[in-house]
Design a protein around this ligand. Sequence first.
Ligand code: NI
Length: 467
Amino acid sequence: MNYRLAITLLVGLAILISSALLVQTLPAQTKEETNESTQETVTSSSEYPGIDISTEITEQDTFKMAIHSPKVSYSSVNATFQEFIDAEKKAFRDELQQNLEFIPSPHWQSELYITFQTYQLTDTLYSFSFAVESNLAGANGNQKTKAFMIDLASGKLLTLEDLLVTTPEASQQLTEDVFKTLRTTEAYKDYLFKETFQEVEKTIFERGFVTQEGIGFKFNKYEVAAGAAGMPEVLVPLPETLVKDSWKESLTFMPNEEDEEVADAEPIEDPVEKQQPEPSRPEKKVALTFDDGPHPENTPAILQLLHDYNMKGTFFMLGSRIEYYPEIVKTIREQGHEIGNHTWNHKQLPSLSEANMKEEITSVDTLLESVIGEKASVFRPPYGATNDLVESVAGAPTVLWTIDTLDWKSHDPKAILASVENNLHPNAIILMHDIHTATVEGVELVLTYLQEQGYTSVPVSEVLGEE
Ligand code: NI
């Protein structure tokens, strides 16, 4: 998975956009919308100014769902993303409902994952490439893709038709480039279906998305190749001759800052060790743990509370969200809290191939190394779903929990407190989610209670093996 921003600069390919053109043609996806809709709140702490990431995780007896999507300050654009997501959710739920009687037991989990990759092209021009993956009770999975391009200056969704000339020669050239790449790619060449060229050519301008390295195309499973090829994806050069004149003038690809950042990141010295060479280990310890973040508002609020109560927590974070909020991760580490790996996309790991499992885990450690100069010191599998293979791939001790506050279900600070009150024990590992707003207030109640009871929250590594 090319999770990294494809900010590899195509030096010399200075294709420039004129913002005038951005308002010219409404792409198919936006229909008749005016894009004058109300502005939505987007935080300023995102790595991509003007875009937040929204994450929805659902865990039921019969299915698990993890859905990630970008959120911008244009509600009409967000509505377009949401429509796409809602349609996929509905299709999944309908299919699940129809097949419920054939599903052998609650242990046969169905899954729906919607993930996306972000490609920043200029200050305001972005491509998003979505992948929808689902399976019913472990049965052969569906895989679909969908691309969006957006100009944040105007709030317009774009397609290749906005950027390129759309003559029959152009669509043929582009499609030929795509198939040439498919035929020469080791992972796909033996699985390609015959006679899909014309079908692809018909929609070629609707499906491509521009990246810093060229035009990306992704195909649904079974669309151009047998299932063994999964979702084929190719990158073809952006043919300068096809770019509309008006775009050639103002699009300057952003310089590649990514490599410098990686080289610059140095480990953040452990502030706890530095201040207290021999920390006095409190008798009554617990470990507060926060999953599925970081979140641009809730995580800083929880950090403030932990600071106020002089306690430490552990943050099991998703790579997809660390990519958007690296500064928050730095702050977490600088304040002496523990960093946990919670995978990139929150998929149920035992369902994945070993290669995909590794990718979900190691991609987060690679990103953490570039952000804070070190890997995670602990690992928590999504949904607590683990097995021997997961543990061998994890690269850090696997940490589950002993008290589940069910904050994601109740969204009720008092219920969160009650679950701690009713179950508190020395060396407890308490599960919460900093992605939910109600959890912030719950944390304050829990911290007050812990303090009253003479308990201190410490990094989770300090209670491991004692819980
Ligand atoms: Ni989680």
